[in-house]
Ligand binder design. Structure first.
Ligand code: PGA
Length: 240
């Protein structure tokens, strides 16, 4: 794992955008693995500006998002599909038909999850996967547990994640308690992974990610077996 320690959030966003843009520049038909949450928003903004200036184009890219609340409709303003449209897709030249977010309304979630993993494989696999990290070390909605599930699956959110995400909702009771998420094995298949983190609240999770142990009680530590992962974090997340 490579670690890039930045002075602040703006620098984290700029470094991440630089690596992401290089991927798209070198392979214009890249398969992008995208994340929601507050952390990647700065990177998306920079990439959208680069796109506007004609420096990179996403017109031949495909994308797959990590997760979606369940059950939640794509046009609900709390959905991750809505988040991606507003924070990224509406501002770039990607063909929205080529952007996928797990189906938050799937009648048969098991079949939908299997189809999602198959669609990623059929697209040639993810070239670059963007990740945030939870305060408890979760990656997407792969929450700390004794066992982690390999593929895309329906899961329950932990109390810690519900509390952390309550800031985006009117009240905590409104936070959905379930989600469809890519599994750790689906994520680890990505050719390049960039994990972004900022702020003191992420320090414990990042410290565990950077020590020399692997544990399912901090799912991010599985990234240590990945051959091409770059951690981009600010000094607060790095040093506490
Ligand atoms: P955040 O969420 O970017 O809003 O901190 C990250 C995550 O929970 O994975």
């Amino acid at each position: 794992m490579r670690v890039i320690v930045c002075d602040n959030y703006e620098q984290v966003s700029a470094e991440a955008a630089r690596i992401f843009a290089a991927q798209v520049y070198l392979k214009p038909d890249s398969v992008l693995g995208l994340a929601t949450g507050s952390t990647p928003v700065g990177m998306y903004r920079i990439l959208a500006d680069m796109n506007k200036r004609g420096e990179i184009s996403f017109k031949d890219c495909k994308s797959f998002n990590l997760d979606e609340y369940y059950p939640l409709a794509p046009d609900n303003d709390q959905s991750y599909r809505y988040f991606m449209n507003v924070n990224f897709f509406d501002h770039i030249d990607i063909d929205k038909a080529n952007t996928r977010v797990p189906d938050g309304l799937a009648q048969d979630p098991e079949a939908a999850c299997k189809a999602y993993d198959e669609a990623i494989d059929a697209a040639g696999g993810i070239d670059i996967q963007v990740l945030g990290i939870g305060q408890n070390g979760h990656i997407a909605f792969n929450e700390p547990d004794e066992k982690l599930i390999c593929g895309t699956h329906l899961t329950s959110l932990t109390e810690s994640t519900i509390n952390a995400n309550a800031r985006f909702f009117e009240k905590k009771e409104d936070v959905p308690t379930r989600a469809v998420t890519m599994g750790m094995a689906s994520i680890l298949k990505a050719k390049t992974i960039i994990l972004l983190a900022n702020g003191k609240a992420k320090h414990r999770a990042i410290a565990e990610l950077l020590d020399d142990t692997i544990t399912t009680s901090n799912p991010s530590t599985l990234l240590k077996v990945h051959p091409n992962t770059i951690i981009i974090c600010d000094r607060e997340a790095y040093e506490g």
